[in-house]
Design a binder for this molecule. Structure first.
Ligand SMILES: NC(=O)c1ccc[n+]([C@@H]2O[C@H](COP(=O)([O-])OP(=O)(O)OC[C@H]3O[C@@H](n4cnc5c(N)ncnc54)[C@H](OP(=O)(O)O)[C@@H]3O)[C@@H](O)[C@H]2O)c1
Length: 294
């Protein structure tokens, strides 16, 4: 039995579908099972909160493998994560697949670096999925920019090896299906590294309308997000991510994903085609919003 945390998220949710299709037994861990069922349909939901140890025992009943997602947010890992990871080791969980970050081993400031180290010291096998920047960020954080036709990431001409979270979910399923005998990391990237000029070109082609990369400086970027009342800590995280890309450090391409899947990773063009209904032209969005008003 596999316990999936982050089960309503970018990676956990497609993983539920993968496991369901493969008829592999799983349980979907969320803070609010009723809301999750309403929004995400029929899965074996169980109440779970990393920060509430009272929820661990029931979620882990009969479980031997766990998918772990560090939820976005701040705060000490000793409170947010380690109690659950230690509890898993205590319950003799055999294999944990942890959603980490590309470059985590070389980046001691990242929480993923510390969590990987913590897991390496526990008596279980861990698979670290070191994922590159998600294509799905264009459907969430940057959705309005795509709809408006102006991408505003301060990444300059830097390249990013975008990865589709559906591929990460498929890779996790493979690792649950064939659990490795040793702890190791997998660098999960797409097969190409793109600049945001190229991203804008692909989106324009696939969506059939003009989408431009504005190539803003950091000051303009901060102004844009402050106008939306975005919290400073989130703006800071985005600045780190896009400065990394600007400096040419987000473009590394690895074959680990293809090795795990046995097929090439999803390209950005395929992703844009599959998800095009997420970015309706602005006129439709306005009509939709208008229709919602009393
Ligand atoms: N975005 C990227 O480009 C990127 C790239 C590499 C790695 N990552 C890493 O990916 C992780 C995020 O994964 P994601 O995007 O799939 O998740 P996500 O879409 O941000 O969703 C967060 C998930 O965490 C759950 N959650 C929040 N607080 C919780 C708590 N206290 N206890 C239990 N569950 C809780 C939420 O579930 P409920 O609210 O339903 O309970 C939700 O399913 C982060 O660690 C990030 O650093 C992101």
């Amino acid at each position: 039995m596999i316990l999936v945390t982050g089960a309503t998220g970018n990676v956990g949710n497609p993983l539920l579908h993968e496991l369901q299709q493969a008829k592999m037994p799983y349980r979907a861990a969320v803070r609010d099972p009723v809301q999750a069922a309403q929004r995400h349909g029929n899965h074996p939901w169980v109440k779970f909160d990393f920060q509430n140890p009272d929820t661990y025992a029931r979620a882990l009943e009969g479980v031997n493998q766990v998918f772990v997602v560090l939820p976005p947010g701040q705060g000490s890992l000793k409170v947010r994560m380690y109690p659950f990871l230690d509890h898993c080791a205590h319950r003799k969980i055999e294999h944990m697949v942890y959603l980490s970050l590309l470059g985590a081993p070389q980046n001691p400031a990242a929480p993923h670096h510390q969590i990987e180290k913590h897991l390496q010291n526990l008596p279980l096998t861990a698979s670290f999925l070191r994922a590159s920047f998600f294509m799905q960020n264009l459907m969430t954080t940057h959705r309005e920019e795509v709809i408006d036709g102006h991408l505003k990431m301060p990444a300059g001409h830097g390249r990013t090896s975008f990865v589709d979270t559906r591929d990460i979910a498929r890779a996790a399923k493979q690792l649950f299906k064939h659990p490795p005998s040793e702890t190791r990391g997998y660098d999960l990237t797409g097969s190409e590294a793109l600049t945001y000029f190229e991203v804008a070109e692909i989106l324009s082609r696939e969506l059939g309308r003009n989408i431009k990369y504005d190539n803003p400086g950091l000051f303009e970027f901060v102004q844009h997000w402050r106008q939306k009342n975005t919290k400073w800590d989130f703006i800071m995280i985005m600045m780190v991510i896009y400065t990394t890309a600007r400096l040419g450090r987000a473009g590394r391409v690895s074959t680990d994903l293809q090795d795990l899947l046995g097929t090439p990773p999803t390209t950005f063009a395929e992703f844009a085609r599959d998800m095009q209904s997420c970015w309706p032209p602005r006129i439709q969005t306005q009509e939709k919003n208008h229709a919602l008003q009393p």
